[in-house]
Design a protein. Structure first.
Length: 105
């Protein structure tokens, strides 16, 4: 049994676009690799919420199945990304993206 007023789909999609925009701004502006990884995760979660919203609107389970695979890829990306950040920190003692250029030499 559902109580209260249902949430309109445009509200959910506006919220998703705001979350995605914040994540995109974090990727474009920030220089810390950890913050960039968190921003990418924020963008993936916004896409997941959009898929779930459209799945609910269209009464189709395809969006929720896509969310399952996106969560799996996001977990793998987090594990690999964090491993790379730890390796970079051990080498350079910094997690700044400008220091990545030093690894080419």
């Amino acid at each position: 049994m559902q109580t209260g007023m249902p949430i309109e789909p445009w509200v959910v999609l506006a919220f998703c676009s705001a979350i995605f925009s914040i994540g995109l701004a974090g990727v474009m502006i920030r220089r810390n690799i950890l913050v960039i990884l968190m921003s990418i995760e924020l963008m993936l979660n916004a896409v997941n919420l959009t898929f779930v919203a459209y799945s609910k609107i269209l009464h189709h389970m395809g969006g929720q199945m896509a969310v399952f695979f996106i969560i799996t890829v996001a977990a793998a990306e987090s594990a690999v990304g964090l491993g790379l950040v730890i390796a970079m920190f051990r080498t350079l003692k910094s997690v700044d993206t400008d220091d990545i250029r030093l690894l080419r030499e």
